[in-house]
Design a protein around this ligand. Structure first.
Ligand code: AMP
Length: 424
């Protein structure tokens, strides 16, 4: 089905075309016509399904097609759990609204209130906000939502997890009762259901399952890199803020710890998930990853089995997976539609054969890339005392050709994953 069939305004269709989207994703095809009609929607969809466009495109259509009741009134409010998501939604809306200019304002904590207050007072047709800061500004009487027409609760499940329910209630109580309310969530839990009873009227559920074969939808890249520069290359790539929720795979648990220490030493918040960590430590690492308290989670294949975290922006195979099935499992953690470089594999000299087998297995080629601005000729860094004691693992220095020691030097994970330890 082409976008044209969904009933969107031609100026919005033009922007979609310029963005490079050729056809709607399933959630877009299902939700856009309903939202254009003015219905309340419960969208059950993960990040990566195109859900942002699924609500922003039809709302822009509605804003553009009907004149405001009052000039400069806020007509649409989007509530989202994190600053990152607010920024991401705003970037999307700006692209889609290229030809239908509307005033958009972002509101989130951790920065000065003043510019946000000024923007709200000036009047913005669309406000995209985190609930806490918005409530602060509303209690200072800086926002006027008396003419509001549309409310969106994006990633409602995450907002509940983060304890935003009281703030959301207070915000919603200050909005007109007659409005269109859209709620998006990765799951339809009891809590979400009661939220929809409280805030929506006769909503239609639009549910889209996970993509079945991530290998078809995830953009896959391979960076050729000398073995000793893998961690440096990771630090280099992480300069890109788009890599905001990154799952990194290493072959061994000590490799995971070593990379984590390096990232932390350059100020990148990092956690690890491997067999040497207690259940509590693992749960904490996962929780921190989910909430964004850490940006990078480094895991071994076994430890990462069965973890289900929404919103992972990138998977990095710092060590090439031992088996093709592991590769498919790993990259299945991300599924963003057409984002560039979702799954990134670092390829050393002796990985080329494995890469070619993988390409045959998944039936498509993987683009080889060189990282711009990265110094590929940097010398091998000196071994730290600890590395000298342990022997540097193959994923780092590679000075010990026989690989890591078996007496706790990382062989455990490696052995397991090679011998098909699936299901443990
Ligand atoms: P979201 O689920 O909203 O986080 O979207 C994930 C990614 O998919 C974003 O990078 C969007 O730019 C992209 N995207 C959204 N809709 C489409 C589409 N119809 N075709 C291609 N890419 C899309």
């Amino acid at each position: 089905m082409p976008f044209k069939a969904l009933g969107l305004h031609p100026l919005i269709l033009q922007a979609i075309q310029e963005t490079g989207y050729t056809e709607p994703t399933p959630i877009q095809a299902a939700a856009i016509p309903e939202i254009i009609q003015g219905r309340d929607i419960i969208g059950i969809a993960q990040t990566g399904t195109g859900k942002t466009a699924a609500f922003t495109l039809p709302l822009l259509h509605r804003l553009h097609s009907a004149a405001p009741t009052r000039r400069q009134a806020t007509r649409t409010l989007v509530l989202a759990p994190t600053r990152e998501l607010v920024v991401q939604i705003e970037e999307n809306v700006r692209a889609y609204a290229k030809h239908v200019p509307i005033e958009i304002t972002k509101v989130f904590g951790g920065v000065s209130e003043r510019p946000q207050i000024q923007a709200l007072r000036f009047g913005a047709e669309m406000v995209i906000a985190t609930p806490g800061r918005l409530l602060d500004l509303m209690s200072q009487r800086c926002a006027d939502f008396s003419a509001l027409e549309h409310l969106v609760l994006d990633e409602a499940d995450r907002m509940l997890d983060m304890g935003f329910l009281p703030a959301i209630r207070r915000v919603v109580n200050a909005l007109p009762k007659k409005r269109q309310t859209l709620l998006f969530s990765a799951t339809l839990s009891k809590e979400i259901e009661s939220l929809t009873h409280e805030f929506q009227s006769n909503p239609k559920i639009v549910q889209i399952g996970r993509r079945s074969n991530p290998a078809d939808t995830v953009t896959q890249l391979a960076y050729e890199v000398p073995r000793h520069l893998k961690t440096s290359l990771l630090c280099h790539l992480l300069k890109d803020p788009a890599m905001n929720m990154v799952l990194v795979f290493t072959r061994t648990k000590h490799g995971a710890d070593r990379v984590a220490r390096k990232l932390e030493s350059v100020g990148i918040k990092t956690g690890t998930l491997h067999a040497n960590r207690s259940q509590n430590q693992r749960l904490r690492a996962l929780g921190d990853f989910r909430t964004g308290a850490i940006r990078v989670l480094i895991a071994t294949d076994i430890a990462a089995r069965g973890i289900d975290v929404d919103g992972i922006s990138h998977v990095v195979n710092l060590d090439f997976p031992p088996q093709v099935e592991d590769y498919v499992h790993r990259i299945g953690r991300t599924g963003r539609a057409n984002a560039i470089g979702d799954a990134v594999s670092f390829i050393c000299q002796d990985d080329h054969g494995s890469l070619r087998s993988l390409e045959r297995f998944i039936g498509r080629g993987i683009v080889r890339k060189k990282a711009e601005g990265f110094d590929y000729s940097a010398p091998e860094p000196p071994m730290s005392l600890e590395e000298q004691r342990r022997g540097r693992g193959p994923e780092q220095g590679g000075r010990r050709s026989q690989g890591p020691r078996r007496d706790g030097g990382g062989g455990g994970d490696r052995r397991n994953s090679r011998s098909g330890g699936r299901g443990r």
